[in-house]
Design a protein around this ligand. Structure first.
Ligand code: IPM
Ligand code: MG
Length: 366
């Protein structure tokens, strides 16, 4: 029995989570997938109900769960909350407390969507890259992180970029291991020309490569150049490994290459300890407050995040592939939510898109 925690959160989070729950139900009924569900409050919604965006109760439930399916957090109504109470704290605390240091963000361009990208179709068709983002270190969590007032009355804000050898080595290993299962190439992105953390990053990645993964092809690239190469010739990349902040930026950029950020899933994984591995799966789009509650959200990123959950947490590779194929099928059949709409296609909302995916699952598995 798989123990799954749902944290729908804010904005379109609950809508895409409902859609995903229907897919879960389908796997329960048709693929012998045994699971129990719990729900946890997170983000602005949690703040409204409990006074905190990162309730202890949710963190505890998440620690016990085999996997967390996460929706989204944030919205304009919480923009003026003090920093420590912002909806994003909920997500950041989950990442930190569960030690989810490895964030896998695949950017895959579905053939049916190659014309939906803002880049020329020949640049993105067949694109399949995996960004491996370090998720529990760097400037997101480094101390000091503070705003002080100087004697002359102006303010001074500090964020701190910190990395240790072991933090870099463990994310590098994840990237090399995953590369072996795909194109066997890793590009490591940092700013070793201006940051000492970048110098250390390059040294440690090189050492891990030399000692443990000499069979994998490794290239070092400066993060700014990587950003440029991603729009110039993204298919040169297989796996990109990078730190928390560069990974945040580069993964949004990579997402847009595929046509819409509404398409991309992600997995955040901890270390495997005694066969157990903390894991959180989340669409990389945010809470999209402008379309929240309207039934318009694209549920595909959330549904594909569940496919990643099947693959990485439950070892159900066949079931994951089935779900990915079902998504491919509905796109090929012309179903489009507003964010990926193209002329001549069939525009649908969240529910109809999910209906179509469930139908495709039934057909493909018959
Ligand atoms: C992401 C998001 C988060 C981040 C926010 C919501 C805190 O942008 O997962 O990419 O910056 O990591
Ligand atoms: Mg981001």
């Amino acid at each position: 029995m798989h123990n799954i925690l749902l944290t729908p959160g804010d904005g379109i989070g609950p809508e895409v989570m409902d859609a995903t729950q229907r897919v879960l139900g389908w796997y329960g009924q048709n693929r012998n997938f045994g699971y129990t569900l719990e729900e946890g409050l997170i983000g602005g919604t949690a703040f409204e109900k409990t006074g905190r965006s990162d309730p202890d109760d949710t963190i505890e439930k998440a620690k016990k769960a085999d996997a967390v399916l996460f929706g989204a957090v944030g919205g304009p109504q919480w923009d003026s909350l003090p920093f420590a109470q912002k909806p994003e704290r909920g997500l950041l605390r989950l990442r930190k407390d569960l030690e989810l240091f490895a964030n896998l963000r695949p950017a895959l361009c579905f053939d049916a969507l190659k014309d939906a990208s803002s880049l020329k179709p020949e640049i993105v068709s067949g694109l399949d890259i995996l960004i491996v983002r370090e998720l529990t270190g760097g400037v997101y969590f480094g101390e000091p992180k503070e705003t002080t007032t100087l004697p002359d009355g102006q303010k001074r804000a500090v964020d701190t970029q910190v990395y240790t050898t072991s933090e870099i080595a463990r994310i590098a290993r994840v990237a090399f291991e995953l590369a072996r299962l795909r194109g066997n190439r890793v590009a490591s992105a940092e700013k070793s020309n201006v940051m000492v953390t970048g110098v250390l990053w390059r040294e440690v990645v090189s050492k891990v490569h030399k000692e443990e993964f000499p069979d994998v092809q490794l290239a070092h690239v400066l993060a700014d150049n990587c950003a440029m190469q991603l729009v110039r010739n993204p298919k040169q990349y297989d796996v990109i490994v990078t730190d928390n902040l560069f990974g945040d930026v580069l993964s949004d950029e990579a997402a847009q290459l595929t046509g819409s950020i509404g398409m991309l899933p992600s997995a955040s994984l901890g270390a495997k300890i005694n066969g157990k591995q903390a894991a959180l799966y989340e669409p990389i789009h945010g809470s999209a407050p402008d379309i929240a509650g309207k039934g318009l959200a694209n549920p595909i990123a959330s549904i594909l995040s569940f496919a990643m959950c099947l693959r990485y947490s439950f070892g159900r590779v066949e079931d994951a592939v089935l779900l990915e194929k079902a998504v491919e099928r509905v796109l090929a059949d012309g179903y489009r939510t507003g964010d990926i709409m193209q002329p001549g296609m069939n525009q649908v909302g969240t529910t109809a898109m999910t209906d179509a995916i469930l139908k495709a699952l039934a057909k493909l598995s018959a």
